[in-house]
Write a protein that binds this ligand. Sequence first.
Ligand code: NAD
Length: 279
Amino acid sequence: MADGFDGQVVLITGAARGQGRSHAIAFAERGANVVVCDRCEDSPAVGYPLATEADLAETARLVEETGRKCIAVKANTADRSAMDALVAQAESEFGRIDIAVANAGVSVAAPVQSMTQTQWSEVIASNLTGVFNTVGAVSPGMIKRGFGRIVTISSMLGRAGNTNMVGYAASKWGVIGLTKSAALDLAGHGITVNAIAPGNISTPMIHNDQLYSMMRPDLESPTAADVAPIFSSLHAQDIPWLDAAEITRVVLFLADRASAHISGTVIPVDAGNAARVTG
Ligand SMILES: NC(=O)c1ccc[n+]([C@@H]2O[C@H](COP(=O)([O-])OP(=O)(O)OC[C@H]3O[C@@H](n4cnc5c(N)ncnc54)[C@H](O)[C@@H]3O)[C@@H](O)[C@H]2O)c1
């Protein structure tokens, strides 16, 4: 499927752990030099721990273990100047960015009637403005070189709504609108822009006490086994969560040079839930 990325440079946001780390290692194993960033700080608006600087260093170590180079920077995608600086550093040290994966994101769970302004602002800043900042920062260099592959990460909640997910779903629907519009802006420059809409992926974003307790308020300390049936019900196939590698293989496909004429699309990887929604 993906032939290899020898000599290419890929930028991945939110790559200290989870799906971003999986993508970083996969690109490095296929010959790319990798640029990763992560905020490496908790947010008072997010009810589970975000990644740490040690997590980011571990991603860099795993990339370098493949023999490829890694630039790893603590940076928040919501901060445009930080993203511009990261791109400038990558272009100066590695010569260019060929591929960008706008992966960083948070889940903020609260119903519309009690979600605070701080919670709303956090989820929109990280999940939507962060994607805009990433695409905006990498595209001028890609235009200059006449080549680019941009992959954004939406969600199955970019295709539907759910309880407690008003901010998250709004941000992920927004990512799809952003992706389609950016695909048109960049269509004449050899740059593709596509979104992936994951189902439940087995990372700390879903495996955390806050979400477990929200799903099983009847239990004092719910475990993964207690919430698995509820996660399964969000998919059509009988599986509670998927491995990050299932997203990585679609990222690699979209980032391939040969995927030149696939742009503005949304690919669901959600164990069949796509069959339940339009679009
Ligand atoms: N896990 C799921 O079930 C699931 C489902 C659909 C979509 N997604 C999306 O997949 C992407 C990756 O999430 P994951 O599952 O690997 O979760 P994760 O929490 O393990 O990883 C997300 C990473 O992004 C970082 N991050 C958050 N906000 C940031 C910011 N503003 N700037 C820089 N870094 C930031 C976090 O520190 C963390 O390392 C996210 O966009 C998420 O919304 C996840």
